[in-house]
Design a protein around this ligand. Structure first.
Ligand SMILES: *Cc1c(COP(=O)(O)O)cnc(C)c1O
Length: 462
C-alpha cells in the first residue's frame, strides 16, 4: 500500500518529458485504448503544433493570422455559443443580425434595415447560398414562362474553387471565361458572348484569387443592362466579394460594384479575410427580401421578430461573429480604411522593390484590386531558376510565398504572389525582401541542375 502511494506520488512529481506516458510514441492512427494524464496529452498535442508553419510568415493565405487581445478574450467567452441556437443565445443572434444590417449599409443596399442576409462559415458557404438563390430564381422565371429548367449555366471569370463546387454539386454548366494574353479577368464582351436564356447569373469577383485584381462589375452590369434593352433577357449578378467586399467600401467608396448597381442581387464576403475576424466566418447578403426565394428560408421566431435561417450547417460556433461585431464597433469605416491603406502601401513598396531586382515583371502591383502583388519571371530569358525554386528556397527561412501556374488559357504562365495582410508590417516586408534577394543570389550561384516542379515546390495558394 505504502509502496503504491510512493509510486503515485512519483508519477505526479515527474517532469512531463520524463513521465512514463511520454516514454513511448503516442498512438497515431489506432484509437487509443487508455487514458493519459491531461498535462501529458496536452504537451504531446502542443508539441505537434510546433511542426506547423508560422502563420504570420504565410503570405499565401488571405485569412486572419493576428487578432487583438480583446478578440482572444471574446473568443474564449464565446466558446460555448452555438450560432444555430437563437433561443438560448438570443444576444449572439442579435449581434449577427446587426452585422448583416451593417454590411447591407456598407454595401449600399437600398433598404439596409430590411435586407436579408446571414453569417456563414466562410465565403464558400456564402457562395453556395448565393448560387442556390440564383438557381431557384431562374427556375421560377423559367417555369412562369413555361420553359424548361434542365440546362442552367453560370458565367464567371477565373473563379475560386467554391464556384466549381457549386456548379458541380448543382449540375450547372460553368462557363468560366478563360484568361487570354494579358487579360487575366472577365470583361463585358466575354460575358455577353456566354450569356443566354439558361444563364442563372453572372459572378464577377472583387479580388480574383490568381491575380488579386477586381473584375469590372459596373461595366459588366452596364453591358447586361444593354442586353436586356435589346433582347429582354434579364440576367442577375452575384458579386464574389470574398476579399474586396471588406476593402473597396473603405478605401475606394466611389467604386461602383455593390447594391448601388440594381443588377447586383447578392454579395458574399469572408469575415475572416479582410473583415479581420478570426477563422470561421463569412457573409451572404441579398439586396432585398424578394431576391431570396421563400422556400430556401426556414423561419425562426424565437426573438419575437422574424429570424430567417438560410444555412448549410446546423450547429456552428458563434465566437467569430461576436468578434466580427467587435471589429465593426472597434474600427468603424475609418479604422478599416487605415489598416487597408497601410496594406496597399506595403504591397506597392514590395512591387516596386521586386520590379527593381531585375529578373521580374510585376503582373499586379496593388493598384486596381486588393492589397497584394503578383509577378512573373521576365519572359524569353533563361534565368537558371524558376519561381518554384525561389518559393522553395524561401521556405528555408519560414516564408511561404506561393508560386503557381494560372488557370486556362494561361497555364503556360507561372506567377508568384504576396497577400499583404493586416499583420504584415513594412518592417517584416523589408526582412522578406532581404531573404528574397539572398535566395536569388544563392540560386544564381548554385543554379539547380533541374528546377523543381510546381508539385515539388508544394505550397497552398488559394
Ligand atoms: C477565399 C475566397 C473564397 C472562399 O472563401 P472562404 O472564406 O475561404 O470559404 C471564394 N472566393 C474568393 C474570391 C476567395 O478569395
Amino acid at each position: 500500500m505504502l509502496h503504491k502511494k510512493d509510486s503515485i506520488r512519483g508519477d505526479l512529481e515527474d517532469d512531463v518529458f520524463a513521465s512514463t506516458d511520454l516514454s513511448i510514441a503516442m498512438p497515431k492512427y489506432k484509437f487509443p485504448p487508455d487514458e493519459q494524464v491531461a498535462r501529458h496529452a496536452y504537451q504531446v498535442v502542443r508539441d505537434e503544433l510546433m511542426l506547423d508553419g508560422n502563420s504570420r510568415q504565410n503570405l499565401a493565405t488571405f485569412c486572419q493570422t493576428w487578432v487583438e487581445p480583446e478578440v482572444d478574450d471574446l473568443m474564449t467567452v464565446s466558446l460555448d455559443k452555438n450560432m444555430i441556437d437563437k433561443d438560448e443565445y438570443p444576444q449572439t443572434a442579435e449581434l449577427e443580425a446587426r452585422c448583416v444590417h451593417m454590411l447591407a449599409d456598407l454595401w449600399n443596399s437600398p433598404q439596409a434595415a430590411n435586407t436579408m442576409g446571414t453569417s456563414t462559415t466562410g465565403s464558400s458557404e456564402a457562395a453556395m447560398l448565393g448560387g442556390m438563390a440564383l438557381l431557384w430564381k431562374w427556375r421560377e422565371r423559367r417555369r412562369a414562362q413555361g420553359k424548361p429548367t434542365d440546362r442552367p449555366n453560370l458565367v464567371t471569370g477565373p473563379v475560386q474553387i467554391c464556384w466549381h463546387k457549386f456548379a458541380r454539386y448543382w449540375d450547372i454548366a460553368l462557363r468560366e471565361i478563360p484568361m487570354q494574353g494579358d487579360r487575366l479577368i472577365m470583361n463585358p464582351e466575354e460575358v455577353l458572348a456566354r450569356v443566354d436564356e439558361n444563364t442563372i447569373g453572372v459572378v464577377p469577383t472583387l479580388g480574383v484569387t490568381f491575380t488579386c485584381q477586381y473584375e469590372p462589375v459596373a461595366d459588366v452590369a452596364a453591358a447586361l443592362d444593354r442586353l436586356q434593352e435589346d433582347t429582354g433577357l434579364d440576367v442577375p449578378i452575384h458579386v464574389d466579394g470574398a476579399s474586396g467586399g471588406f476593402i473597396a467600401p473603405f478605401v475606394e467608396p466611389d467604386l461602383l460594384w455593390d447594391f448601388r448597381l440594381p443588377r447586383v442581387k447578392s454579395i458574399n464576403a469572408s469575415g475572416h479575410k479582410f473583415g479581420l475576424a478570426p477563422l470561421g466566418v463569412g457573409w451572404a447578403v441579398w439586396r432585398d427580401a424578394a431576391e431570396l426565394p421563400e422556400d430556401l428560408i426556414f423561419h425562426v421566431n424565437y426573438l419575437g421578430g422574424d429570424m430567417a435561417v438560410f444555412a448549410l450547417n446546423f450547429s456552428r460556433p458563434g465566437g467569430q461573429i461576436v468578434a466580427q461585431y467587435y471589429n465593426f464597433l472597434r474600427l468603424g469605416r475609418a479604422g478599416y480604411r487605415k489598416i487597408h491603406e497601410a496594406g496597399y502601401e506595403t504591397a506597392r513598396y514590395l512591387a516596386d522593390e521586386i520590379s527593381r531586382m531585375g529578373p521580374f515583371d510585376v503582373v499586379y502591383d496593388g493598384r486596381g484590386g486588393i492589397p497584394a502583388l503578383t509577378w512573373k519571371l521576365k519572359e524569353g530569358i533563361d534565368h537558371g531558376f524558376t519561381l518554384f525554386d525561389l518559393a522553395d528556397r524561401l521556405r528555408t527561412r519560414g516564408w511561404q510565398v506561393p508560386a503557381y501556374t494560372l488557370p486556362a488559357d494561361r497555364e503556360d504562365l507561372a506567377v508568384q504572389r504576396i497577400l499583404v495582410r493586416h499583420d504584415f508590417s513594412r518592417d517584416l516586408a523589408s526582412l522578406l525582401l532581404d531573404d528574397y534577394r539572398r535566395a536569388i543570389g544563392i540560386l544564381r550561384k548554385h543554379a539547380p541542375r533541374e528546377s523543381l516542379t510546381e508539385e515539388e515546390a508544394g505550397g497552398f495558394h488559394h
